[in-house]
Design a binder for this molecule. Structure first.
Ligand SMILES: [Zn+2]
Length: 469
């Protein structure tokens, strides 16, 4: 059985192709084939269509792999290339004939399935925070979560397009890095009760082995009445901006503007004079401010809208104007498509939540930003998805991948960064302002950002480090 794409789905997929290749191709369907054509040309690329498979909201799809080199195609990454949804592929996979080319794998269906997150709709195998976990996903189960499979297949499709229409100049794809920081807290020791301070000091000594920080804590706590203290280990904003400016990057800081879970949301209020001042400083230095919707908002679009309005009102009052507003869900909590509705109704430009908390990589199969699609209503949305590729805690933290801050962690980050580079995409990294509390973390961060892995080559200068230590 071959399900047909609605006009909305076809239009959306045509937009994805346009953004990737820089040309408008038309997609049409008949008899189990998708025809990719170009106005003015009688030739077409026919793609075997398996859309019934790619309308499924489960992860029980089969998997095959393709050795593209053997057929004379360039592969963006290591071989073989995973082909979700089929148990067996035709040989050869790509054939030329008088009408153009035939591709025996549904690249378009895979693109729909991965980017719309159809796989996650209505799932009940969720983790303790209500999230669809990496461990339930097809990509994790078949060991390709570390590969941007959609981008890799589109890389192949791009080659077929070039061979069929050699005069057509396709868009150049340039690798880029984006860095963002969820502001769960602005300071570790201020804003807490005396009991909270003592608990934090104990935590520093026992769990983090940071005796020096713990010893400084009482003075910082005492002096923090006016806002984040310069010596507080979580007050790393200027250091972060210094590093980003050094490497020509813009840092995006996402603020929590609501309290729906007293224990998990921020202790600060965005209206605090100290937070306002911080936002003004971020803006004045050319960095970005965004929203980090609070813990219990992922199933409540209304709550996301109200928190977005709160952030925008504060920014208006501080004369902070931005052409784009985005952010990320706290704890990466996400429910497809409900969470999208909040971002959409709030009129936000983009969301950058889609990554699994327990395993980094390509949850959407791509590292390219794209317009969101609602797989339940079958509609294109205005908000854009900016897939997150890695959150630092996932790789570093003992309760997650436990790779620490040494070579193993660096290797993991670089594997993902290099995969983005190979497809000319964007490596989007989340690094919390609260996770720069050791020189090793700072060195790891700069290595991951710059791709320069020799420790001295990109280490920030001493005066930057001491500015906030
Ligand atoms: Zn958070």
């Amino acid at each position: 059985m071959h399900a047909r794409y609605s006009t909305s789905i076809s239009n959306w997929l045509e937009t994805i192709l346009f953004e990737r290749f820089g040309h408008r191709f038309t997609l049409s369907q008949d008899n189990g084939l998708i025809h990719l054509s170009l106005t003015g040309s009688p030739l077409t690329i026919r793609i075997l269509s398996d859309s019934s498979t790619f309308f499924q909201s489960n992860s029980d799809l089969p998997l095959s792999r393709w050795d593209g080199n053997a057929e004379g195609w360039r592969m963006a990454l290591a071989q073989p290339l995973p082909a979700p949804g089929v148990a067996k592929l035709p040989v050869p996979l790509i054939e030329k004939d008088a009408a153009g080319y035939t591709i025996g794998y549904d690249i378009i269906g895979l693109t729909y399935w991965m980017l719309s997150r159809q796989e996650e709709v209505g799932r009940t195998d969720l983790d303790q925070h209500g999230r669809f976990p990496a461990e339930s996903s097809h990509a994790y189960l078949h060991n390709y979560l570390h590969r941007p499979v959609v981008d890799e297949w589109l890389h192949v499709l791009g080659q077929v397009i070039r061979r069929l229409w050699p005069g057509l100049k396709l868009a150049a794809l340039d690798f880029s890095v984006r860095v963002s920081h969820d502001v769960d807290e602005t300071n570790r020791y201020g804003r807490s009760s005396l009991k909270g301070l003592l608990r934090m000091m104990l935590h520093d000594v026992v769990k983090r082995h940071q005796v020096r920080n713990a010893m400084k804590a009482p003075l910082i706590w005492y002096q923090s009445v006016e806002g984040p203290h310069a010596d507080d280990p979580d007050n790393t904003f200027d250091w972060i901006m210094d590093v980003s400016e050094r490497y020509g990057l813009v840092s995006a800081f996402y603020f929590i503007c609501g309290r729906t879970d007293a224990a998990r949301d921020a202790r600060y209020d965005p209206e605090d004079p100290a937070i306002r001042q911080l936002m003004r400083r971020i803006h004045a230095r050319g960095h970005e401010i965004g929203l980090h919707p609070s813990f219990n908002t992922y199933q409540s679009p209304k709550a996301v809208v109200s928190e977005a309005m709160r952030l925008k009102r504060i920014c208006r009052e501080e004369s902070i104007e931005q052409s784009a507003w985005g952010g990320r869900m706290h704890y990466l909590r996400w429910s497809t498509p409900t969470t999208l509705y909040g971002w959409e109704q709030a009129g936000m430009t983009y969301d950058s939540s889609l990554c699994y908390a327990s395993s980094p990589g390509f949850r959407c199969g791509t590292c390219f930003e794209y317009p969101a699609f609602d797989p339940v209503q079958g509609e294109v949305l205005n908000v854009r998805i900016r897939p997150l590729i890695a959150m630092e805690v996932t790789v570093i933290a003992p309760h997650l991948m436990n790779m620490g801050t040494g070579q193993a962690a660096l290797k993991k980050f670089m594997q993902l960064r290099n995969a983005c580079r190979a497809v000319g995409g964007c490596f989007t990294l989340l690094w919390h302002n609260t996770q720069f509390d050791s020189p090793k973390k700072r060195a790891l961060y700069t290595s991951v950002l710059t791709g320069i892995t020799e420790p001295d080559a990109c280490a920030p200068t001493t005066n930057i480090i001491t500015a906030t230590l």
